[in-house]
Design a protein around this ligand. Structure first.
Ligand SMILES: [Zn+2]
Length: 132
């Protein structure tokens, strides 16, 4: 699966030795310490253009809020659930969610990062999901 093109260039952090994807890649501003996801060369908080540091976001977080989509969208089979997950770095990340079979998702649930094949136009790309 990891040989697929990422949904967005630079979306994932990789192990410097093996090249394997280890999680989501973000930037930390050297001027104001703001964390941005996805990685951004320009700080959205203070507009600094000093090259930011690269950080690996936490692979677990808590569900802030979510909604279940019942309308079909190209490449997605409804129903599917999307929303925001709060991570230890103090940021909120938009994600698709997958709950364990028979256990509905709740705000505050602990969820874990996983790679996921995502339909993108006429191809399949590599995205992510947070699972219970
Ligand atoms: Zn900044």
């Amino acid at each position: 699966m990891t040989n697929l093109t990422p949904l967005v260039h630079g979306l994932f952090a990789t192990d410097k030795v093996s090249g394997e994807i280890v999680g989501l890649r973000a930037s930390r501003c050297h001027t104001c310490s703001d964390v941005s996801f996805p990685y951004s060369i320009r700080c959205p908080n203070c507009a600094s253009t000093v090259e930011p540091g690269e950080i690996l976001l936490s692979r677990s977080g808590t569900v802030f809020e979510f909604t279940t989509v019942y309308s079909p969208a190209p490449g997605f089979v409804p129903p599917y659930t999307v929303g925001y997950v709060d991570l230890d770095e103090g940021i909120r990340v938009y994600s698709q969610f997958e709950a364990a079979e028979g256990k509905p998702l709740h705000e505050g649930d602990v969820v874990h990062f996983a790679l996921k094949e995502i339909p993108f136009l006429s191809e399949t790309r590599l995205g992510y999901v947070f699972k219970t």
